[in-house]
Design a protein around this ligand. Structure first.
Ligand SMILES: N[C@@H](CCC(=O)N[C@@H](CS)C(=O)NCC(=O)O)C(=O)O
Length: 217
């Protein structure tokens, strides 16, 4: 297998979802830390790979790929075996629903979750909080009524995406307990094998970064 370079910062939910996927697909990534707090995403060399100065970026020989959801589907398409089919089923209708969730996540969920409060070490504003609550309210009502994961009893790539975002909120000490279905999903995610991806690095880095930072939700 050619070496796949994965440029990431462990606390970024977009990087974590890819790490979750790589773990389930058993893909060995050559991990290259881009420390956002040190501004490494704006270094000349990194900007050549990702002119939008965002993590993650995957480099697979001549392919340089940004955007977490594109990276997830690329890894699945390249390395998924029949035992991984549940993650991104070939059935076009099931696949379309996962893609629908990806667009919903990228356009609506992610922007209210990652508002730069971690990098800016600032509090979430009242307006940001209201927008976040509206999105969480919707998620809680629309999904997980009869199943632990978004589309049933087994996780798909959409769940990896959502889990990374909700776990990020939790790291920021945001309390999701008033959302019963989201809380159940978080518990199921934490019991899933994907959570083991880079778990020690995640724990150590999040503890260090959150030590003196307590955003009031
Ligand atoms: N839509 C992108 C979002 C990536 C993103 O916003 N990454 C953040 C870290 S959580 C970042 O690199 N921020 C640095 C910057 O924008 O300068 C994805 O899914 O990969």
């Amino acid at each position: 297998m050619p070496k796949l370079d994965f440029y990431y910062y462990i606390l970024s939910p977009y990087c974590r979802s890819v790490l979750f996927g790589a773990k389930l697909l058993n893909v060995n990534l050559n991990l290259k830390v881009v420390d956002l707090f040190k501004g490494e995403h704006k270094n000349e060399a990194y900007l050549k790979l990702n002119p939008h100065h965002k993590v993650p970026t995957l480099v697979d020989e001549d392919l340089i790929l940004g955007e977490s959801r594109s990276i997830l589907t690329y890894l699945f398409n390249k390395y998924g075996k029949s035992k991984h089919e549940y993650l991104y089923p070939k059935d076009l209708k099931k696949r379309a629903k996962i893609e629908q969730f990806f667009y919903y996540s990228a356009s609506t969920i992610a922007p209210v979750v990652t508002t730069g409060i971690l990098l800016g070490k600032r509090q979430r504003t009242a307006e940001e909080r209201t927008k976040l609550e509206a999105v969480l309210d919707n998620l809680d009502k629309i999904y997980f009524q009869n199943s632990p994961f978004i589309f049933g009893d087994k996780p798909t790539l959409a769940d990896l995406d959502l889990a990374s975002l909700l776990l990020y909120l939790e790291m920021l000490k945001y309390n999701c307990s008033k959302y019963p279905n989201i809380s159940k999903f978080l518990t199921a995610s934490k019991e899933s094998e994907w959570i083991e991806a880079s778990a020690t690095e995640y724990k150590q880095t999040s503890e260090a970064v959150m030590k003196d930072f307590n955003p009031s939700a």
